[in-house]
Design a protein around this ligand. Structure first.
Ligand SMILES: [Zn+2]
Length: 252
C-alpha cells in the first residue's frame, strides 16, 4: 500500500504530461482513497469499467480516456453523473493519461500496438510527434495492403476497413492509435506506403485513392487496448501494487 501522491508522481515522471497540449486533464481526475493498493486499468472510464473495478475491489482506476474533455459544458448530468456517483460512493481514484499514454516510446499505445503487430518504429511524424513510422520487424515487406490488413485483422481479432490499391508493396508503415485519421496527410507527406489508425472519416478514403497510400482503420478501442495495461503493470510492479487489466469490449 502506498500514498496516492507517490503513485501520481511516479506516473508523471514516466509519462511527462507537461510536454503535451492535450484535450483534457492528465493525472488525477477524481480523488478517491489516499492510500492505494490495487489498480484496475482499462481503455475508457465507462460505467461498465467502473463497475468491474468495484467488483475487483480496486481503489484506483487507470485509463486512456478519462471523464473530462475540452468542450464539455460542465454539467454533471446523465452518464457523467452516473459514473461520478459510482466513483465517489466507492472512494475510487480515477487517473487518466491521454496523449502522454499514446506517445510513450516503450509502454505507450503506439509502441505497444507495434509490438503486437511486429512493427519496428524508426521515426516519428505529425503534430506533437504522435505518429510513428517504421517497417515490419522481420525485414520482409508486406506484399501488398491486403496482406497487411489481413495481418492486422488476425492480430487484433476484429475486422478492419481497408482503402487501398490492390498491388502496391508495403514497406514504410505509419501508425497512430485511436481517432488519428487527421494524421493521414502527414503520414503521406512523411513517405508512408500505408497508414494504420483506429478510425476513418469520409475524406481519408479519397486521400487514399488519390495518393495510393493504403488506409487501414482497425477500430479506436482495438488499437488502444495495450498502453494502459503496459503502463499500469510496469508502475504496479515498481511500487509493489496489485494490478488487473479489464477489457470492456467495444466495437467502435
Ligand atoms: Zn483514444
Amino acid at each position: 500500500m502506498i500514498d496516492r501522491q507517490h503513485l501520481l508522481q511516479t506516473l508523471d515522471a514516466l509519462l511527462q504530461p507537461e510536454h503535451f497540449r492535450d484535450y483534457g486533464p492528465n493525472g488525477l481526475q477524481v480523488e478517491g482513497a489516499a492510500q492505494v493498493r490495487k489498480i484496475v486499468s482499462g481503455v475508457t472510464a465507462s460505467r461498465a469499467l467502473i463497475e468491474a473495478a468495484i467488483a475487483a475491489k480496486a481503489d484506483t482506476i487507470f485509463v486512456h480516456h478519462g471523464l473530462f474533455w475540452r468542450g464539455q459544458d460542465g454539467r454533471v448530468t446523465g452518464w457523467l453523473r452516473q459514473r461520478l456517483a459510482l466513483l465517489l460512493a466507492h472512494d475510487i481514484n480515477l487517473i487518466a493519461y491521454h496523449l502522454p499514454l499514446d506517445a510513450h516510446p516503450e509502454l505507450g499505445n503506439n509502441a505497444q500496438l507495434a509490438l503486437k503487430l511486429g512493427l519496428r518504429a524508426q521515426s516519428r511524424f505529425g503534430e506533437q510527434d504522435l505518429g510513428f513510422m517504421g517497417e515490419r520487424d522481420q525485414s520482409a515487406a508486406f506484399e501488398n495492403a491486403g496482406n497487411l490488413a489481413a495481418h492486422v485483422e488476425k492480430t487484433l481479432n476484429r475486422p478492419v476497413l481497408l482503402v487501398a490499391e490492390a498491388q502496391r508493396p508495403i514497406k514504410k508503415i505509419a501508425w497512430c492509435t485511436g481517432g488519428a485519421q487527421g494524421y493521414f496527410e502527414a503520414a503521406i507527406a512523411a513517405g508512408a506506403d500505408a497508414f494504420i489508425t483506429g478510425e476513418i472519416s469520409e475524406p481519408q478514403a479519397h486521400y487514399a485513392r488519390e495518393s495510393g497510400v493504403a488506409f487501414i482503420a482497425c477500430g479506436h478501442h482495438a488499437s488502444e487496448r495495450f498502453g494502459a495495461p503496459a503502463v499500469a503493470s510496469h508502475v504496479a510492479a515498481q511500487l509493489g501494487l496489485a494490478h488487473e487489466f479489464i477489457d470492456i469490449d467495444n466495437p467502435a
